[in-house]
Design a protein around this ligand. Structure first.
Ligand code: FES
Length: 110
């Protein structure tokens, strides 16, 4: 199991464990995080946007161009923003720290 620490916008910390091979979005939703994931990993929304802890960001596989394009539409994007549906959990990510952005609504539907 991969342990993950979610930090909500209000600072509340949720520690959880998820199986390798799951997406970070699945793990976040299972832990009750408020990520809609409207398009279920099709990179057609940005409701799964999370901010990765800086010390973890470089350990992730690089984002694809499609992911970067979709991140441009997400609110509150930072240098270590990612789409959680595009991150597959693996042993190297054990202990991953993930911040849930305050604004996780789907900007495309406004
Ligand atoms: Fe839509 Fe991740 S769930 S881009």
């Amino acid at each position: 199991m991969i342990s993950i620490r979610f930090i909500a916008a209000n600072g509340a910390i949720t520690e959880t464990e998820a199986e390798a091979g799951l997406s970070l979005l699945d793990a976040a939703q299972a832990a009750g995080m408020p990520l809609e994931g409207t398009c279920e990993g099709q990179m057609a929304c940005s409701t799964c946007h999370v901010v990765i802890g800086t010390e973890w960001f470089d350990r992730l596989k690089d984002a694809s161009e499609e992911e970067e394009d979709m991140l441009d539409l997400a609110a509150g994007v930072t240098r270590t923003s990612r789409l959680s549906c595009q991150i597959l959990l693996s042993a190297e990510l054990d202990g991953l720290e993930v911040h849930i952005p305050p604004e996780s609504r789907d900007m495309q539907r406004l």
